[in-house]
Design a protein around this ligand. Sequence first.
Ligand code: G3P
Length: 218
Amino acid sequence: MKFFVDTADVDEIRDLADTGLLDGVTTNPTLIAKAGRDFKEVVAEICAIVDGPVSAEVAATEADAMISEGRTLAQIAGNVTIKVPLTWDGLKACRTLTQEGTMVNVTLCFNANQALLAAKAGATFISPFIGRLDDIGLDGMELISEIRIIYDNYDDLTTQVLAASIRSQNHVKLSALAGADVATVPPGVLRGLVKHPLTDKGLNAFLADWKSTGQTIS
Ligand code: G3P
């Protein structure tokens, strides 16, 4: 499973990219507003830090305007991935942009039929929102599993399942178990994946015992 980080905070992205384990970035208008910077400038800076797909979302809601904005954003860098909402206009824009060779991430997906339409529209990625489904008492993880089964039923559906709206380390594990191709993870959750109290405890014990040997490795 690929790991993307869900943020427009360039400092966080640079720091996580240094681990060598970051495969891409997703942004959205809320994350861009939170960054408080010029949209195209911050996308260009992110694309220069991360070689993998960097999602930048259109603001238009009508297909022709979405296509125009997508073409503008795609000129920023070769790894820009255009995010469009799961609407008929978004699907029309997806078809045109993917036919032009631009990667498209269809976002705001909340059921399997929407995901099926996005795949038929040629989407590079589909972003089912796990956390927002959980927030209203539904099972976000069930959607990931449903999409995986549907896509695997048809060889011509090549869209990658990008698990989004991830709120916990458990969401990451369950997304991997369900066969998501990508998980886009908030920075704090991503950092927490490496932590376990028994790892810390065991390392401290190893270090203490090694110190007692008085030896060095050099
Ligand atoms: O960026 C898309 C998605 O990850 C947003 O997540 O937490 O705003 O539901 P969230």
